[in-house]
Write a protein that binds this ligand. Structure first.
Ligand SMILES: [Zn+2]
Length: 134
């Protein structure tokens, strides 16, 4: 069995609802996500999957949806006034945990021959949450 990883980066703002602390205010992070895939066969080039294909699909989606966006809970009242800003609605608070879970289920079915095993989302360089199928 082979494992391959792909790392993507973006910047975004978010805030946490019903949270007592400074993260209740809108603030930004440099985010990084690490996708880990498994595959048991190699193609004619000796690859589980071409990293270029992973980058094209994942980074493109991140750039279009999350980069320089305001990521908000589906219950956030700010949704009513931020319609002209780039924003993305996520179920529950936009924590690294919920963002990792979202990315896991979104990209789980995007690739053939390989299985998505986990997605880790880093908020800054020192904190991360990993959602895994295991
Ligand atoms: Zn934050």
């Amino acid at each position: 069995m082979y494992q391959v990883t792909k790392e993507v980066e973006w910047s975004a703002a978010h805030r946490l609802l019903n949270y007592k602390g400074k993260c209740a205010n809108i603030h930004g992070h440099s985010y990084r996500a690490i996708f880990t895939f498994e595959g048991n066969t190699l193609d004619e080039n000796g690859m589980v999957i071409d990293f270029t294909i992973l980058k094209e699909k994942i980074q493109k989606w991140i750039d279009e949806n999350w980069d320089h966006a305001l990521i908000l809970s589906h219950e956030d009242p700010l949704l009513n006034i931020t319609k002209t800003n780039k924003h993305f609605i996520i179920n529950g608070n936009p924590t690294a945990e919920n963002m990792a879970e979202f990315l896991f289920y979104y990209f789980r079915t995007e690739f053939t021959r390989i299985s998505l095993i986990s997605v880790g989302v880093f908020e800054g360089s020192k904190s991360s949450a990993i959602y895994t199928s295991k």
